[in-house]
Structure formats: structure tokens, C-alpha cells
Design a protein around this ligand. Structure first.
Ligand code: URP
Ligand code: ZN
Ligand code: ZN
Length: 467
């Protein structure tokens, strides 16, 4: 099957230009002007007219939680519904977090996540590994996972009693990645101190979701971020901070990078477009409970600056959807029991196009960089993914930068009963989405198939080591 995309503007992280793209099977075969020559039928079976549209590499969301068990329930999107929703929003690859349960092996956790995804995902997927126990056995297992294409490991200074690791455990895991080429990803909040403050907050009679936002001080994200960066410095390894939300954490990353350290970080749309105020409307605020929490709006300017200056390299979603009815309401009367996480995998590209490019905060090339190319490079997928180049996977989006749409739970494809952005009008939308050469979304219709998505066996984070 050969598909020709004509008359589009190719937008990459490095620049933009007008050209046609010829896809042969699953990969990009040719890029150039007037490829049709004697007529599109001569070289292609299908032609997509991209006049007035962008042709961009498919979005890559390196932080999702399909079916994550959390707080006595599980995130609602499966690999089928989640990758389908992602595709509608122009994201053609996800990297999800497999979970090692306490007392079990990494292998068991990874196998369980393979079983959830294989035969179900409609677009490609990879895995990071959440390590709940760092011990001699799991440290040894890390080497095998790196070799089989799961080269990064998320550890937590948050969630005591669940995912929390102490500094010694984190340092041991970092030392291991110095030898095996893996990358440590850190959820950096001081969970021990936060639990004390959360108890004080409950004791003071604040039980609504706003308590979650008030108790998780931003300074405790800054402290933990600096601490894990310094642990990585001591171990001589790069480190990647996930879901960075706070000015203090941004300062810690910027300071480290100014010193020349290989510290990397992502933020998420919720920290750029939502704020602590969203958590204040009684129990409705449960819709916005995630960790780190939404911050006062004045933190956002620092995050945008970080994205412009490359102190933040990636925007991922931390997509972790729980219904408001029946899941979030487990926390009525005690905000600590609200399952942590927000839906977002479908809206990332459009929110960032609208609030970033259209709003004049970032260029369209930077938009492609932070949503596709940088994640591909940092997470061992480049140039198969994250590029519009001959030989790359034909994961492509024909993107209309002018079309407006209204975000709503009534029309979204994520398997969750609310939207954090209900009623927000965004400019920019995906018209046609291709995954490895197959059209999986066209003009608002899903045309892909369950099981089309393949496991992405990823390389080690060499880009992070060369930075
Ligand atoms: O609130 C969040 N972020 N839920 C998902 C788990 C995590 O910490 O990433
Ligand atoms: Zn986290
Ligand atoms: Zn997460």
C-alpha cells in the first residue's frame, strides 16, 4: 500500500517547508515537491490532500497510565480505548507505566502490562517500569529490561507505603543505570512531609479536594526535585523529572542544567492550563485531584519559560482517568482517598497548539519538539518515531491549524465521564492520523483496528547521556 500526502506544510522540530510525502507500507519512502508527477494514481493507491494543513510527526505521549490500579480502583481507559482516544488527538505512540507490585518481580509486572496491551492497542506503545521495591533481585532484573526495550524506571519520593523509595534505594537504582544505560524517572515530592501536612489539614476540618492542593506544598516538590537531581549527580547519571508542576522544582532543574548536569523534565497540560482555583468548588474539585497538585496560576509562567528555554523538554499528559461518579467519589469526606489522576491523552496536542502556538508562546516547531521529537529522542525511539524523514515510521498527522473545536466529555473518546477542559474552545485539530502507514482516524471517524498497535522496543537514553 502506497499513500501520497500532497501539498502540505511539513512541520518538524527543526523547521517547516512545503513538500509531498510518499509512504510505502509502514515507512516514509520519499519527501519532495510534486511527487505525483504524471498524476497521483501513478505512484500511490491513496492520496490525501493536505493543502492548508500541517504534516507533523505523530504525537508521542511518554507518560500514560492505562488501567493503573490506584487507591482501590483502576484507571478506566484500557489500551484499546486509551490509544484510540490518543489517536483522535493526534498522538500515535504512548509509553505507559508497567507496575511492579510490592514483593513481586519486575518481570511479573511487565508481563501483566504486555498482556493488557497486546492485541488491544490501536497504536504503538512502549513501557517504562515502576519500581516499588529496590532490592538485589529487582536491581539485577533492571539489566534484562533495558536489553528488552524497557530502559527506564520510575521511582517515587511520594506515596509512602505504596510506591515510595528512600534515598538509598533511589541511589542504588541510579548506580545500576550508570552501568546498564537505563534512565531513572522521578516523581519528586516529599511524600513523608506531605502526609504529615495532609493529616494536619484533615484535623483542621478541611476534607474537600482543595485540601489535596493545599497540603502538597510546592516547596516540597522543589526540595525533592533538587534532592533527586543531586543523587543523580553523585551517581553520575542523567535523571528525568516527571510531571513537574511548581516554580521551585523548575528552579532546581534550571539550576542543575546551568551547571551542565544532564537533568531533564516534563510538565503536563494540566499544570499549564489549570490551577489550584479549579480544585476549590466543593467536591467538584475531585475532578482535578492529581499529584503533584494543580498550583496557583502564577507558577504557569515559569513553566512556559522553561518550555521556551528548553529547561523543560517534554509535555506529556500523565493520563490517568477515573470517573467522577463511582471512582473519584471514593474520597468524599477525606481528600486523601480521591484516586489521583486526570484524563488528558486526547487533548494534549490541541491544547498546546491553541495555548502555545496560537497564543504566541511557542513556535509551531517547538510544539512539535515538545510533543513528539524530544520524547522520541529522550526515550530511545528516534528517528523511527518523532520525525518526518525518509525511513521513519509513517506515524503522521495531517493537522488543521485553523479548525476550532469545543472540548467536552460529550464528544471526547476517552473512557471517562468528565473533561477537565469542558467547554474550552481550542484552535487546531487533527484531520487524518496515520500509524505506521495505516490511516486510523480520518475526518472524525476511527478507521483503525484493535491490535494494530505494536510494542516499541526502545533503545537506551543515549541522547540524555550526550547532552
Ligand atoms: O496523580 C497522578 N499523577 N496519578 C498517576 C500516578 C503518578 O504519580 O503519576
Ligand atoms: Zn507520578
Ligand atoms: Zn503518572
Amino acid at each position: 500500500m502506497r499513500t501520497l500526502i500532497t501539498n502540505g506544510t511539513i512541520v518538524t522540530a527543526d523547521g517547516s517547508y512545503d513538500a509531498d510525502v510518499l509512504i510505502d507500507g509502514e515507512t516514509i519512502a520519499q519527501i519532495g515537491r510534486d511527487l505525483a508527477g504524471a498524476g497521483p494514481g501513478a505512484i500511490a493507491d491513496d492520496t490525501i490532500d493536505a493543502s492548508g494543513k500541517y504534516v507533523i510527526p505523530g504525537g508521542i505521549d511518554v507518560h500514560t497510565h492505562m488501567e493503573l490500579p490506584f487507591g482501590g480502583t483502576s484507571a478506566k481507559d484500557t489500551f484499546e480505548t486509551g490509544t484510540r482516544a490518543a489517536a483522535f488527538g493526534g498522538t500515535t505512540s504512548i509509553v505507559d507505566f508497567a507496575v511492579q507490585s510490592r514483593g513481586k518481580s519486575l518481570r511479573e509486572g511487565l508481563d501483566a502490562w504486555h498482556a493488557k496491551a497486546e492485541g488491544n492497542a490501536v497504536a504503538d506503545y512502549g513501557f517504562h517500569m515502576i519500581m516499588s521495591d529496590v532490592n538485589d533481585d529487582t536491581l539485577a532484573e533492571m539489566d534484562g529490561l533495558v536489553a528488552e526495550g524497557v530502559p527506564d524506571f520510575k521511582l517515587f519520593t511520594a506515596y509512602p507505603g505504596v510506591f515510595f523509595s528512600d534515598d538509598g534505594a533511589i541511589f542504588r537504582a541510579m548506580q545500576r543505570t550508570a552501568r546498564n544505560g537505563g534512565l531513572i524517572m522521578m516523581h519528586a515530592e516529599n511524600g513523608l512531609a506531605i502526609d504529615v501536612i495532609a493529616q494536619d489539614t484533615i484535623n483542621a476540618g478541611i476534607t474537600d479536594p482543595i485540601g489535596h492542593g493545599l497540603a502538597r506544598y510546592s516547596v516540597l516538590e522543589g526540595e525533592a526535585t533538587n534532592r533527586v537531581i543531586r543523587l543523580a549527580q553523585a551517581a553520575g547519571v542523567p535523571v528525568y523529572i516527571v510531571h513537574l508542576s511548581a516554580r521551585e522544582a523548575m528552579n532546581a532543574v534550571r539550576q542543575a542544567r546551568d551547571e551542565g548536569l544532564p537533568a531533564f523534565a516534563e510538565t503536563c497540560p494540566q499544570y499549564l492550563f489549570l490551577s489550584l482555583d479549579d480544585m476549590g468548588n466543593g467536591f467538584e474539585g475531585a475532578k482535578y485531584v492529581c499529584s503533584p497538585p494543580l498550583r496557583p496560576a502564577d507558577h504557569q509562567v515559569e513553566l512556559w519559560r522553561g518550555l521556551v528555554k528548553d529547561d523543560l523538554q517534554v509535555v506529556s499528559t500523565d493520563h490517568c482517568p477515573f470517573d467522577f461518579e463511582g471512582q473519584k467519589d471514593l474520597g468524599r469526606g477525606d481528600f486523601r482517598k480521591v484516586p489521583n489522576g486526570l484524563p488528558g491523552v486526547e487533548d494534549r496536542m490541541d491544547l498546546l497548539h491553541d495555548g502555545g502556538v496560537v497564543a504566541g508562546r511557542i513556535t509551531r516547531e517547538r510544539w512539535v519538539a515538545i510533543t513528539s521529537t524530544a520524547p522520541a529522542k529522550l526515550f530511545g525511539m528516534y528517528p523511527h518515531k518523532g520525525a518526518v524523514a525518509v525511513g521513519s515510521d509513517a506515524d503522521l498527522v495531517i493537522y488543521d491549524p485553523n479548525r476550532k473545536r469545543t472540548i467536552s466529555a460529550a464528544s471526547h473518546h476517552m473512557n471517562v465521564d468528565y473533561s477537565c477542559y469542558e467547554g474550552r474552545v481550542v484552535q487546531g485539530a487533527s484531520d487524518v492520523v496515520l500509524s505506521r502507514g495505516s490511516v486510523i482516524v480520518r475526518d472524525g471517524q476511527f478507521t483503525g483496528k484493535k491490535g494494530h498497535g505494536k510494542f516499541i522496543k526502545r533503545a537506551t537514553a543515549d541522547f540524555a547521556r550526550m547532552a
